[in-house]
Design a protein around this ligand. Structure first.
Ligand code: BGC
Length: 733
């Protein structure tokens, strides 16, 4: 059944960054990196906040980390014991990923015996502004203990400092750290109070940007002294009364007690698993990795908001500028759509609410319609810079065209909204602005179409497909197909909206809907979609791809002159070869597998897989899913594990030169879920009904999960030779 616990017993300095990601706890409002209580900014602790950004000077705008209210360390008989400076005699960290609780248990040898620190903490899933921590000390010998605990306003930033000021204060029994951000002058308020059931002396010291309580007592050997900390996080964006709210919250938590709030937190997690747990018999490694992936997505789901999305690195810090990419709609959405449609709606509402930004971006490039940001931040601002890569040879920034040319981003938004309609059976999102988003995206693609005088077809030129190594290509199969899908979606959306008189009337004031339908129909028919090659059935990724050098990935990598050189773009060694960064044609075939023969699916998988570097964590799941559709579950299996274990492995890339690029990989987590449900179980909608077409890997004896479809909850049980879909009735949430 799997243990629902991951753990580590080593204390290695080089794992501090990856452990921060692997042991993350969160509740969608904030993510708390899996770092230890005593860590200072050098060890990258972060309470990363969702949806709030700040920019200092010309540096990249990035999300905010709150002042660290968990900050705590100890002194025994006048000597400090803290990691990573003081080597422990034993050390153990663990994450209960069923309930989002992070544990540590560390002992040090002192001159008189052992001292042991045990701690557990969580970001409450029941109350998103609340963090609670239990911190226990026990020594082998009597001695004077000092616990230093408070709020560390020396926050780790990549492109900071984001706080122009840090107000530190005390109003008994609470201490506060309020940071004032540079750009928008947001107030990020952290309140803290504590509880103990033994006597101690207390002092409060303020040093630099830290406010710390010094709690002193005489410890008796063998007795465990427990400190409970309650931390509130509110911002001026949440409420103008952030200080009072943060105070009220932690006083209430303290009076209810740690066990009570822990119980409520755990119950909330159990509610999530009641619907979203996937049970796999026969393969604990898969079950663990898959549910751990689901855990990560739950931890960063914005349940506190009604219009907010998830960044590509979740809430694990400031890498990738905390920006929202196509990752959300194409890789993360399905888990929420299938198990918590309200969250899916919140994610998509974010796109509706940022439509103006997308329209402005299109206009700035000289197009009409909606061109969504490649890296979307607060308000739909495109954080993607013109220079995303540094040329390691000259040290100069290299022009990349991700922002300008990855036009497929708009179709991902359309895909997400249409999938919501298909799986919920609701038009609410279309009525609340989703319909208009789709129309605007279709107008954008229509404006991009190119017609050659001698050909009666439309093409899309100068784009970047999902494979970012090959920039500025013509007729990328994925992009063209998604544009066609957008035209078709816009046509059906106009039909759907015609059922809602008032809204249709309103839209008719803005658009000539009948004319739009006509031109979209024409575009959908005439847009050129590269066909499988007659001889080998392979679809050319873009015009001219087949003519590129066919070199193996290994051979290509031998040509590298620097271990960190960029393979793509104008001068990259992959650009003139067939080596691709990530699934491209294969992503398209996955989305539209019904339209292609099994032979085409297979031939393309076989052709592109050896040529794919899987240089993005978004790649493996697409190959895995398509392998399932080609009835090759054994080939799918390692790729599924690669995706599901993206954050469990220590080998993910943490550094690019001196720049920290680590973080969690929620798109890989979502991709693992999609592979399990849509690949191995083969779930899909057929004639308006849920259907499964299982292809379990040999290790899996059976698989069970639940899905919400059109408001009903379904239980799906798959055995080696049989599958059952059971309607459990209306899902009440
Ligand atoms: C990938 C993109 C992805 C982004 C964020 C890049 O490396 O090529 O497809 O959206 O990372 O995860």
């Amino acid at each position: 059944m799997g243990k629902w616990i991951i753990e580590d017993k080593e204390c290695l300095a080089e794992k501090i960054t990856s452990d921060g990601n692997k042991y993350l706890v969160g509740n969608g409002y904030m993510g708390i990196r899996g770092t230890l209580q005593e860590y200072k900014k050098e060890e990258f602790p972060a309470i990363n906040l969702a949806g709030l950004y700040d920019q200092v000077g010309d540096a990249w705008r990035e999300p905010l980390n709150a002042p660290n209210g968990l900050y705590t360390y100890i002194e025994f008989e006048g000597k400090q014991y803290r990691l990573p400076q003081h080597l422990p005699s034993s050390h153990h960290i663990a994450l209960d990923y069923r309930h989002g609780i992070f544990y540590r248990d560390t002992s040090w040898e002192t001159e008189v015996g052992k001292i042991r620190v045990k701690a557990e903490r969580f970001a409450s899933l029941d109350e998103c502004h609340l963090i609670a921590m239990k911190y226990s000390i026990c020594s082998d010998a009597d001695g004077r203990v000092r616990i230093y605990t408070g709020i560390d306003g020396e926050v780790w930033d990549i492109n900071g400092p984001h706080y122009d000021e840090m107000w530190l204060s005390e109003t008994k029994p609470i201490i506060y750290g309020v940071g004032i951000t540079h750009e928008c002058k947001y107030k990020i308020c952290v309140s803290e109070t504590y509880d103990v059931d033994f006597n101690l002396d207390e002092d409060i010291i303020i040093e630099g940007r830290k406010i710390v309580r010094v709690l002193s007592f005489e410890a008796k050997a063998g007795i465990s002294y427990d400190l409970y900390k309650y931390i509130g996080v509110y911002t001026s964006k949440d409420t103008s009364d952030y200080l009072n709210e943060a105070s009220r919250l932690i006083l209430e938590a303290k009076s209810n007690g740690y066990d009570y709030i822990l119980r409520k937190h755990k119950n909330k997690w159990e509610e999530k698993w009641k619907v979203s747990q996937v049970t796999i018999e026969g393969d604990d490694i898969s079950m663990e990795a898959l549910n751990y992936s689901i855990y990560h997505l739950h931890s960063i789901a914005p349940r506190h908001a009604d219009s907010l999305s998830i960044p590509a690195r979740g809430l694990s810090g400031q890498t990738y500028k905390g920006a929202v990419f196509w990752d959300t709609e194409m890789f993360m959405l399905d888990l929420f759509l299938f198990t918590e449609p309200d969250v899916a709606k919140t994610l998509l509402k974010y796109r509706i609410d940022t439509l103006d930004g997308a329209k402005k971006k299109a206009k700035d490039y000289g197009y009409c319609g909606a061109f969504y940001p490649w890296e979307s931040q607060e308000g739909g601002y495109d954080a993607c810079s013109d220079y995303n890569v540094v040329d390691v040879f000259t040290g100069r920034p290299m022009r990349t065209y991700f922002k300008d040319k990855q036009v497929h981003i708009s179709s991902a938004v359309v895909y997400g909204i249409m999938r919501y309609v298909d799986y919920t059976g609701n038009y609410d999102l279309l009525i609340e602005g989703g319909g208009q988003v789709i129309i605007e995206c279709a107008r954008f693609y229509y404006d991009l179409l190119i017609k050659k005088v001698h050909l009666d077809r439309y093409e899309l030129h100068d784009v970047i497909g999902p494979d970012e190594y090959h920039e500025r290509v013509n007729n990328n199969a994925y992009t063209n197909k998604m544009a066609k899908y957008t035209f078709q979606s816009a046509i059906s959306v106009i039909d759907i909206l015609s059922q809602f008189d008032a809204l249709y009337e309103e839209l008719s004031q803005q658009y000539d809907l009948l004319w739009l339908k006509q031109i979209f129909q024409d575009a959908a028919v005439k847009i050129y979609i590269p066909e499988p090659d007659e001889k080998n059935q392979v679809i050319e990724q873009f015009d001219g791809y087949f003519g590129l050098e066919d070199v193996s990935i290994e051979e290509l990598k031998k040509r590298m002159l620097h271990e960190k050189e960029y393979l793509g773009g104008a001068y990259g060694i992959a650009s003139h070869s067939k080596v691709i960064k990530q699934a491209d044609v294969v992503t398209m075939l996955n989305l539209f597998s019904d339209e292609y023969s099994m032979e085409v699916l297979l031939k393309n998988w076989e052709y592109y897989e050896p040529r794919t570097e899987h240089g993005s964590s978004l790649s493996a799941c697409m190959y895995s899913m398509l392998a399932c559709k080609c009835q090759m579950p054994e080939k799918a299996y390692p790729l599924f594990l690669k995706s599901a274990r993206a954050d469990l492995r220590e080998s993910t890339k943490q550094w690019a030169g001196l720049i920290y690029i680590g973080g969690t990989h929620p798109a890989a987590a979502g991709g693992a879920y999609m592979t399990a449900i849509e690949g191995f179980a083969g779930l899909r909608i057929k004639d308006g009904k849920l259907n499964v077409n299982p292809n379990l890997p040999s290790k899996w004896n059976s698989m069970a999960f639940k899905i919400i479809y059109h408001g009903d909850l379904y239980e799906i049980n798959i055995e080696k030779n049989s599958a059952k879909i059971n309607n459990l009735g209306r899902y009440k949430g």
